[in-house]
Design a protein around this ligand. Sequence first.
Ligand code: CP
Length: 319
Amino acid sequence: MALMRKSKQLKWVRKHLLGLRDLSADEISFILDTAEGFEQVSTRSVKKAPPLRGKVVVNLFFEDSTRTRNSFALAASRLSADIIEFTKKSSSVSKGETLLDTARNLEALGIDILVVRHGAGGAARFLSRNINVCVVNAGDGFCEHPTQGLLDVYTIRKIKGSLEGLKIAIVGDIAHSRVARSDMWAMTKLGAEVIFVGPPTLMPGHVNRLPVRVSYSLDDIIEEVDVINMLRIQFERLGGNPFPSIREYSHYFGLTVERMKRTKRDILVMHPGPINRGLEIESEVADGPRSVILEQVTNGLAVRMAVLFLVNQAAAQGD
Ligand code: CP
């Protein structure tokens, strides 16, 4: 398997993947290169590779998920691992068991990798400091969603060749978006300029300290960007009303067929999902020729295979 395209010299040593802020550009490229090598596993008649044979991966999800949970489950299966699906509702968390006790009990069963999604920022990092198995962050509060950031830059690199010099708009509910943060770290480390676009009420308070340009008008930047990543309005996380009405939000910040007429011809339209059709993006655009939304999902599989493979390898080297 041709696992290493560009970053041959790097030795992967991290047994946890907690956030992309922690990683260097070389480490990010190394994961992407490793993912490239795993892509062809999914095209074989027998879609399996042996690296995690005998290992156990647990999907420990305290929030709902379609893409991330199933993608990790399939990635673990493609690498021949056993997978345990933990759901909060049917677990002893409903009887008051803490996050750490839950993780320690799973660890006591002899698991190897814990994939964690939690509503509290820092949950994955907290577990990584208190248990011995590998921890992979599958989304923590508003903080980070590193595998989403990785699959986003993987998708852009695959189509555009490189992120160096690209202008990338991330539009919408930045304040509540862990995807925006992981994307920002990955994209800027790989040489892109990132523009956060949205109403002031949906910008993080510390946005001026982040390595991004800020625009409060989608129309002001629509013509200059190479990639536009539309974020979901996270209604479940909104405290009050950050905009007067959904109609007004769509009018100013929705990616419409009309706005697409003003973009570069080769623009990439992205969305991490799930989509609020007709709110942040019109269906004709989400399903249109410039959309790579489903390619993002497909690429997530190879990226998550790479992440599971690398953290397991680092843990084995540390034994
Ligand atoms: N993009 C993403 O995290 O989607 P899910 O919530 O369905 O996992």
